[in-house]
Ligand binder design. Structure first.
Ligand code: ADP
Length: 364
């Protein structure tokens, strides 16, 4: 099991595009880290630098404390799975899985033994003589995994490996990949732009934006305690509700949402670090499940009056959409709630549910 460390890693393409900026992170031996962020934020570049497919402009890459920056890819012992995992169509499943060993000129008997072992782990032992075109999408993905694990790599790198699969298969393969990684105990870095994939798979998640790390934490911590506005709205589905507004003292401290009826009085206890002055611009985040149609017995309720614009029934719960300040917001309630579109309701939340962000997006 390998301890992976990135220390102040920067990547400058053609001396102008800063694709990755001063990234430091650590993946403990056997840990599964997910790198997540919007398209173009530098995820693949980071992964390719770990694999040695891209040079590192500055900073240190360490495997078990040893600097690897200048090591060629073949010395890094990486098992990589890409989105386009192109299998060789003219080779059988067994030959595809064994391919990395044949180019290393390992003996035929050794290759056969290892292919059999990997095929058993992946449930492909009955398909070894089939050609890739005879397999289902999930089986093909497993062959690609087999090719990555057959060399017993120190580190797994996954670059959006499930993007080409349909939704149902994607969910199945997520748990298969996790189970495989646990079984083999190999340190893994997994890149995706899909926050649900990140939340469901990672021991730890690192959120990237424009080449910079925004937060590294467990999925639960990231959801409940996002370090800034970007992370709060990137993580979570449906997205967090954001109320942009201003603080007024008249004479007590109030929050007024821009161009809407929504306002409430703040208690000084709501601010952990500092008390905002009159005129401070503020964004308040409330997760959809932290809004309710019923008042809590706790007397610290905040009320939002709104009309229900749409209802999405999703089985055991429903999503109620309403609009304030010109943008749609969402409340997640158990489906037993009896409400209809066009109805005026009061949504309740508690002070303890509010996430407060300053004008620059930092958490207050
Ligand atoms: P992601 O994987 O998050 O979509 P990438 O790592 O592919 O992001 O890209 C990060 C940034 O680097 C983008 O602005 C992209 O245009 C730029 N970039 C990627 N590869 C190259 C390259 N070979 N030459 C120049 N710029 C590149």
């Amino acid at each position: 099991m390998t301890h992976l460390q990135l220390s102040s890693i920067t990547k400058l393409y053609d001396n102008k595009t800063v694709a990755v900026k001063n990234v430091s992170l650590e993946v403990q031996p056997g840990e599964f880290l997910v790198l997540v962020g919007p398209s173009g934020c530098g995820k693949s570049t980071l992964l390719r630098m770990i694999a040695g497919l891209e040079s590192i402009s500055s900073g240190d890459l360490l495997f078990d404390g040893k600097r690897m920056n200048e090591e060629p890819p073949k010395n890094r012992d990486i098992g990589m799975v890409f989105q386009n995992y192109a299998l060789y169509p003219h080779l059988s499943v067994g030959e595809n899985i064994g391919f990395p060993l044949s180019i290393r000129k390992e003996s035929k008997s050794e290759i056969k033994r290892k292919v059999q072992e990997v095929a058993e782990i992946l449930g492909l032992d009955n398909a070894l003589s089939s050609k890739p075109k005879e397999l289902s999408g999930g089986q093909r993905q497993r062959v690609a995994l087999g090719r990555a694990i057959i060399r017993s790599p120190r580190i797994f790198l996954f670059d959006e490996p499930l993007s080409n699969l349909d939704a149902q298969l994607r969910v199945q393969m997520r748990s298969e990949i996790i189970a495989l990684q646990r079984k083999l105990g190999v340190t893994a870095v997994y890149v995706t732009h899909d926050q649900t994939e990140a939340m469901t798979m990672g021991d730890k998640i690192a959120v990237l934006k424009q080449g910079e790390i925004q937060q590294i934490s467990t999925p639960a911590e990231m959801y409940r305690n996002p370090s800034n506005l970007f992370v709060s709205s990137f993580i979570g589905s449906p997205q967090i509700n954001l109320f942009h507004g201003i603080i007024r003292e008249n004479p007590a401290l109030h929050f007024y949402e821009n161009s809407s009826q929504f306002s409430f009085q703040f208690s000084k206890d709501n601010f952990k670090t500092m008390l905002p002055a009159d005129g401070t611009e503020l964004t308040i985040g409330i997760r959809p499940e932290d809004l309710s149609l019923t008042m809590s017995s706790n007397d610290q309720n905040i009320q939002i009056e709104a009309e229900i614009k749409a209802i999405e029934y999703i089985g055991h719960e429903s999503l109620l959409y309403f609009s304030t300040n010109g943008d749609m917001k969402c409340c997640r309630v158990p489906s037993v709630a009896t409400v209809s579109v066009g109805q005026k309701v009061i949504f309740y939340t508690l002070y303890s549910h509010l996430l407060l962000f300053g004008k620059d997006g930092s958490r207050l």
